[in-house]
Design a binder for this molecule. Structure first.
Ligand code: SF4
Length: 370
């Protein structure tokens, strides 16, 4: 069986999946590149397309795959038989004076011939807006109504295994005009604002900072986001000077913003700790959930470790192979063996000897401003 290759597929400039962000701010532009979660999602989608999980990489991927298959079977149990099945269907969305296109995972025309189920798989942990509030679902649905003129009703469903949810909504053909108008407004506004980044920065009035700025490629240089940060900083310290954040290359301005960034990031660290503490005490937030990030463990007694390792047939030499010994601490211990006045020198000699032996790896220096 041929394995499909979703990663080489193109995307519309304002693709359905990016409309949520573009609707939030017309200057939004997502970052290029990929990440581990996206690559996992691509593999699972490819496997679902051909109903063959053999190319998946690990148990977690297989589990998500199986869960989606089960969820889809259960959801489709609500409907009569399927007349026509389309996988990875490209939908062109014709709008007022603009358009977009995207690829939806499943489009199943039911036996009636006038109803269909359109489905998209969401393999990540992000919270997914339900279809009736979701621009991606709305765009796909409009594209499907336009592509299949006999369809009068489309049940759109997101299968979200990581939240164990099949989010669904029924759209009818008479919804199309209203959605086309909304989508057209969003995309046309973005078509006007996004290109302004090529000539400098869009005007502050055109940008609307929001929670999704963290995914925007202009996060570091966006004047609107900078303005928001300055506002927050001034709430923390009203004595701060007014800062003109239109030109984030100006050295004087960068220096002022540096101070503000420190104030805000310190506040943000404290705030995040407090929010986590509230969640641990039982506070429920609208969408945020308390997630364990794991805990680290370390050996507290090296001598006992060697004894335990020996019981398992692992020699002291093998243990050392896996050890990561802190150089500064060991150099101090060596220095402490010298008489008073000679400790520093002995410690330095020890580090030099390690250096000469070629056993020290030095990382790239890190920098800050002060
Ligand atoms: S960083 Fe700026 S351009 Fe990007 S989404 Fe936020 S406000 Fe809009």
């Amino acid at each position: 069986m041929n394995t499909p290759d979703h990663s080489s597929r193109g995307h519309a400039e304002f693709s359905p999946s990016s409309l949520k962000y573009v609707a939030g701010c017309a200057g939004y532009h997502g970052r290029d590149g990929t990440n581990a979660a996206a690559e996992m999602g691509t593999r699972i989608h490819e496997a679902l397309e051909v109903h063959d999980p053999s190319a998946l990489h690990n148990e977690q991927e297989l589990q998500i795959y199986d869960q989606i298959v089960e969820m889809e079977e259960a959801f489709m149990g609500n409907f009569s038989g399927i007349q026509e099945e389309h996988n990875e269907i490209q939908v062109d969305v014709e709008l007022d004076g603009t358009g977009t296109w995207g690829t939806c995972d499943r489009f199943l025309i039911l036996e009636s011939g006038s109803e269909a189920v359109m489905a998209d798989y969401k393999t990540g942990i992000s919270i997914i807006d339900p279809p009736e509030k979701n621009w991606q679902a709305k765009a796909y649905t409009v594209g499907a109504f336009q592509k299949f003129p006999d369809i009068e009703k489309i049940v759109f469903v997101f299968y979200v295994p990581q939240h164990n949810a099949s989010l669904h909504h029924t759209f009818v053909r008479s919804d199309v005009d209203g959605i086309v108008s909304e989508l057209s407004d969003i995309i046309k506004q973005a078509e006007k604002i996004r290109p302004k980044w090529n000539e400098g920065t869009p005007s502050l009035d055109d940008l609307t900072p929001n929670v999704n700025c963290r995914f925007c490629r202009y996060e570091d240089s966006c004047p609107a986001l900078g303005g928001l940060v300055v506002e927050v900083a001034k709430k923390i310290n009203p004595q701060l000077p007014d800062v003109d954040i239109e030109n984030t290359e100006d050295p004087e301005l960068v220096e002022q913003l540096w101070a503000i960034a420190k104030i805000v990031s310190n506040w943000a660290d404290r705030f995040k700790k407090r929010a986590v503490a509230l969640a641990k005490d039982g506070t429920e937030f609208p969408s945020l959930k308390l997630r364990s990030m794991g805990s680290s463990r370390r050996i507290m007694d090296n001598k006992s470790l060697l004894e335990v390792a020996a019981e398992f047939g692992v020699s002291a030499e093998d243990v050392l192979e896996h050890a990561n010994i802190p150089l500064a601490k060991l150099a101090k211990a060596v220095g402490d063996t010298a008489e008073k006045g000679g400790k520093r020198k002995l410690s330095d000699n020890f580090v030099d000897a390690c250096q000469d032996a070629g056993i020290i790896e030095t990382s790239d220096p890190r920098y800050t401003l002060s």
